[in-house]
Design a protein around this ligand. Structure first.
Ligand code: DGL
Length: 282
């Protein structure tokens, strides 16, 4: 197969690494936002697997097959230096299998339980993620290892994933829906309420402002910046001055439908994409 994205060279002669970033939809763009803000020098090849959206309701076996096929396809299709699984649902189940299967470094995104436990004063944490993520052994192990001194109130919601996906494609926020989904954190079932809530799904940081309006005073913790740091250290490159001078064209592939709205283009530029090509996966 032809390579459509061979590494560009920058002015110092070093090639610009391509990172493949995958999620079920556009939630993983929250991770891209952190990578772009960190000014790691890389070209993002983002795959929004909207044909299989949402991942949170799929079996581990079907996700395993889907992700193996997608990663294999893109590794064959382009030069890829590193893969970011920008999805907690997939990372908490499949990271070891994918690392074993492919000869490229993988960075996973998993719920930021450790920093949240560190930040919490009242030692009551919320975990907001997909139903799949909140029920994984991996998540229980994270809590046992890093938050054994905390009570953790878990809320799993695929409805919220759909809500975030629509919001990013330019729909209005209906705060009564948000309020209903967040209700288990708000005093009724969890009294007192968590002072720190982990956004354990990459779709959710986009809703942070609306959620903060409903739950003032809560600290919202996600994994975006930690992932960006990890990407930077694995690529061992970057630096604000160098990144600013480069005019890298990023690429976003959808597996079913390319959103056809100017609102989506505005969203991309707000997230830090200066130049980006959006198309259907070939
Ligand atoms: N954004 C993903 C996550 O972090 C997947 C959500 C979904 O498709 O259910 O879990």
């Amino acid at each position: 197969m032809n390579s459509v994205a061979s590494p560009q060279a920058n002015e110092t002669g070093r090639s610009i690494p391509n990172i493949l970033v995958l999620d079920s939809g556009i939630g993983g763009l929250s991770v891209c936002q952190s990578v772009l803000a960190s000014r790691v020098v890389c070209r993002i090849i983002y795959v929004a697997d909207d044909a299989a959206f949402p991942y949170g309701t799929k079996s581990t076996a079907s996700l395993s097959e889907r992700l193996t096929d997608l990663v294999a396809y893109f590794l064959d299709f382009m030069t890829i230096d590193l893969v970011v699984l920008a999805c907690n649902t997939v990372s908490t189940a499949l990271l070891p299998m994918l690392r074993e299967r492919f000869d490229v470094p993988f960075v996973g995104v998993v719920p930021a339980i450790k920093p949240a436990a560190f930040l919490s004063k009242n030692k009551i944490l919320g975990l907001l993620a997909t139903e799949a993520t909140i029920s994984r052994n991996y998540t229980d192990d994270l809590i046992a290892d890093f938050a054994s001194d905390c009570r953790v109130v878990k809320v799993g919601s695929s409805e919220l994933v759909e809500f975030a996906e629509k919001f990013l494609k330019n729909a209005e926020i209906d705060s009564s829906v948000l309020k209903r989904i967040l209700a288990p954190f708000m005093g009724l079932n969890a009294d007192p309420q968590p002072d720190t809530i982990v956004l354990g799904c990459t779709h959710f940081p986009f809703l942070k402002k609306s959620m903060a309006d409903l739950m003032p005073g809560v600290q919202w913790v996600d994994s975006g910046d930690a992932v960006a740091r990890r990407v930077g250290s694995l690529l061992a490159n970057g630096g604000p001055a160098e990144a600013n001078k480069l005019d890298i064209e990023h690429q976003i592939f959808f597996t079913r439908n390319v959103p056809d709205t100017s609102g989506f283009k505005d969203t991309l530029s707000r997230l830090g994409f200066k130049r980006v090509k959006v198309s259907l996966k070939p």
